[in-house]
Design a binder for this molecule. Structure first.
Ligand SMILES: Cc1cc2nc3c(=O)[nH]c(=O)nc-3n(C[C@H](O)[C@H](O)[C@H](O)COP(=O)(O)OP(=O)(O)OC[C@H]3O[C@@H](n4cnc5c(N)ncnc54)[C@H](O)[C@@H]3O)c2cc1C
Ligand code: SF4
Length: 314
């Protein structure tokens, strides 16, 4: 049995001091506790951040600020968010289970790690995310759930967060705090493509904390989150599509579309002035590089994008 020290922070500063001293943050614990059990992480010190004042939902004229400790279920049940950002609320409601959503936080959701079976299973098979430099079993192994965009020979994993996909389509910003102050990271680049450093999952430094997510407001737009999965509930996405659409009745004046399940970060597309008759052509994934075994994802993702756009407008 491994032991660890647990402290509770009551201010952001206290939490940052603990992170600087090498502690790892724990929020809802729905992901981190699995890592401890599966041997993915073995931190000597945890800092419980649940008492920090980061659980508010605040509306300003130009944006909504969601505290990093907001529970997924609270955000999903918020009437104004449901009205203004269907894509955001749908991405949360289609994730995990009600019990998990009651515990799980927005910050923790963005920090979750890939569901690549070689990463999760304690099989001892090579995995560069789990043991840097050991190799990638998925590259020439089971690629069914692997990426079709942005992968490298060192890692072909996808990122599983539904929320991240919705935030990418909404042009949201992840607000983080560290010893040197605040940084604002576009949701589209918070997660990293693997390159030759697959063990780095996102842009957050170990001594930084996500404090909030900011979602811009304004404009007349319609949105929808479509999640394609192997069963209708309690399952991660095979592919997903978030669409935020402005249209004049005939032409899509602007659509921001993000795809999940296709890369290690949401794959973002922008459509401007596209007639409905040319929609399928406009979302074609010409840069996709499917692996043997996941070619189906290219067509699935393109069709999911079209359907998410149409659902948003309906
Ligand atoms: C069975 C199961 C099914 C799931 N299905 C889905 C799904 O379909 N779609 C989906 O999107 N997700 C799914 N999830 C993931 C779930 O949403 C995450 O486990 C949850 O959001 C993590 O939040 P948490 O607060 O529990 O994080 P924790 O477990 O507490 O922490 C996870 C990581 O985030 C870090 N962290 C937490 N908060 C912060 C912060 N504010 N700043 C910096 N680092 C932080 C921790 O240090 C840790 O590294 C599923 C999880 C499980 C267990
Ligand atoms: S795809 Fe990434 S997570 Fe999966 S085995 Fe390869 S290195 Fe590990």
């Amino acid at each position: 049995m491994r032991t660890f020290e647990l402290t509770r922070a009551t201010s952001v500063e206290e939490a940052l001091d603990a992170l600087t001293a090498g502690a790892q943050a724990i929020a809802g614990g729905t992901e981190l506790l699995n890592w401890l059990k599966e041997g993915i992480e073995a931190p000597a010190r945890l800092v419980d951040i649940n008492r920090l004042p980061l659980d508010r939902i605040e509306f300003a004229d130009d944006r909504v600020r969601l505290g990093a400790l907001c529970r997924m279920s609270d955000v999903a049940a918020h009437p104004e968010l449901t009205r203004e950002f269907p894509v955001l609320v749908q991405s949360l409601l289609r994730a995990a289970s009600p019990q998990l959503r009651n515990m799980a936080t927005l910050g923790g959701n963005l920090m979750q790690r890939t569901r690549c079976p070689y990463f999760r299973a304690d099989t001892g098979l090579p995995c560069n995310k789990r043991v840097p430099g050991s190799g990638c079993s998925a590259r020439h192994g089971d690629t069914t759930s692997a990426a079709i965009l942005g992968w490298s020979d060192d890692c072909v994993a996808t990122h599983p967060s539904d929320l991240a996909v919705a935030l990418a389509a909404l042009d949201a910003v992840v607000v983080v705090r560290g010893p040197e102050g605040e940084r604002r990271i576009p949701a589209t680049s918070f997660h990293r493509l693997p390159g030759d450093e697959p063990a780095r999952h996102n842009d957050l430094r170990p001594d930084e904390l996500i404090t909030a997510i900011e979602v811009p407001r304004g404009g007349k737009r319609f949105s929808h989150y479509l999640k394609v999965r192997e069963r209708v509930s309690y399952e991660f996405a095979v592919v997903s599509a978030a669409a935020v659409v402005e249209w004049d009745g005939e032409t899509i004046t602007r659509a921001r579309v993000a795809l999940g399940g296709v890369a290690h970060r949401p794959y973002r597309m922008e459509l401007v002035g596209v007639p409905m008759s040319r929609l399928a052509e406009a979302v074609r994934l010409t840069r996709a590089r499917p692996l043997p075994g996941n070619e189906y994802k290219v067509t699935l993702a393109e069709r999911a994008a079209v359907r998410a756009i149409k659902e948003a407008m309906s």
